[in-house]
Design a protein around this ligand. Structure first.
Ligand SMILES: [Zn+2]
Length: 322
């Protein structure tokens, strides 16, 4: 950049300091038990103050509270944010950076303060301002600026309940990273997305290793002959842990199916139909159904499977209409 361009750029970005990202907004959902329970389950937080009304009533809290770190949850936009990202002031500022070559983005750190515990029925509103822009600074990623936003959270009485500072680094990526930062085609060529790797453990690695060699096996109890899938150590019929396997002919029919539309995972072809296949041998298998229009797939449809290479490192049985 020429000195004139630098001062023009500096003037443009500094004009954003102190601006609000948008008007104060109320969270989509007020504090509620269902979201608290789901969050506690996912995080694995078993504190009964979050989910057990009797326990919570007897505790010093005198009732259910939401985990403090859920604060930001109450202001999240959810999936619409990904489908049609809105151009807010913060996005506008990022666009200014990008037009001057600061195309790299890295969330660096966040600091949250909590002023009181939220309870079911509380209504959380949030308001974000662009608080500060620090830079230019030489960082490990390249020359960049830190953008600091501050979000204040308030309740139904306009009392503050928390505050969050979020820092993002906008930087000029070094030349070899430029394609990746821009998400261009070159980046795609560097590393093609692959499917989620199969989870291989002590009891099922043998099954996946057979798939790698093009065969679909079905585990068979050596004691009573019952077939079972997915692989597991013990027969559910006779509790024997002795087993061998047979090879499936991959003749089958669709027992159930779904078309996966959203979210789209990198490395998977779309449209993507996944079914539970009832194999001729009697066991069922979850696999992709391909080779026809998704609308043609139906329960009871006769299918035939083939083990195919679906990406650089993955072999999978896939089923085609007969
Ligand atoms: Zn058995």
């Amino acid at each position: 950049m020429t000195p004139e361009e630098v001062s023009e750029f500096e003037a443009k970005i500094r004009a954003y300091v102190g601006r609000e990202n948008g008007p104060r907004q109320r969270g989509k959902d007020d504090v509620n038990l269902a979201m608290i329970r789901h969050w506690a389950e996912v995080i694995g937080d078993e504190n009964p103050a979050y989910t057990d009304p009797d326990y919570a009533a007897r505790s010093r809290r005198k009732g259910i509270v939401a985990p403090a770190t859920m604060l930001q949850i109450w202001s999240m936009e959810g999936y619409p944010m990904c489908q049609s990202p809105k151009v807010d002031v913060q996005r506008e500022l990022h666009n200014v950076f990008e037009s001057y070559g600061y195309t790299g983005t890295l969330g660096t750190n966040t600091r949250t303060e909590f002023y009181r515990e939220l309870r079911p029925g509380d209504q959380v509103s949030y308001h974000t301002i662009i608080d500060n822009i620090v830079g230019p600074k030489k960082t490990g990623r390249g020359m960049g600026y830190f953008i600091e936003t501050v979000t204040t959270f308030t309740d139904q009485n306009d009392e503050p309940v928390g505050r969050q500072v979020f820092r993002v680094l906008k930087f000029v990526p070094p030349p070899q990273d430029a394609a990746q930062a821009g998400g261009g085609q070159q980046a795609a060529a560097v590393e093609a997305a692959t499917r989620i790797a199969s989870p291989r453990g002590h009891d099922n690695a043998w099954w996946w290793e057979a798939v790698d060699r093009g065969r679909v096996l079905i585990q068979r109890c050596k004691s009573c002959g019952t077939l079972r899938h997915p692989p597991r150590p013990m027969c559910g019929e006779c509790q024997s842990i002795e087993w061998d396997s047979i090879e499936s002919t991959l003749d089958g029919e669709v027992f159930s199916f779904t078309e996966i539309s959203y979210p789209r995972f990198p490395g998977y072809p779309y449209p993507l139909v996944v079914g539970v296949i009832q194999l001729a041998e009697g066991t069922r298998l979850v696999a992709g159904i391909t080779g026809c229009d998704p609308s043609a797939v139906h329960i009871g449809m006769k299918v035939k499977g083939k083990v195919e290479q679906v990406d650089e490192k993955t072999w999978l049985p896939q089923f085609y209409p007969v």
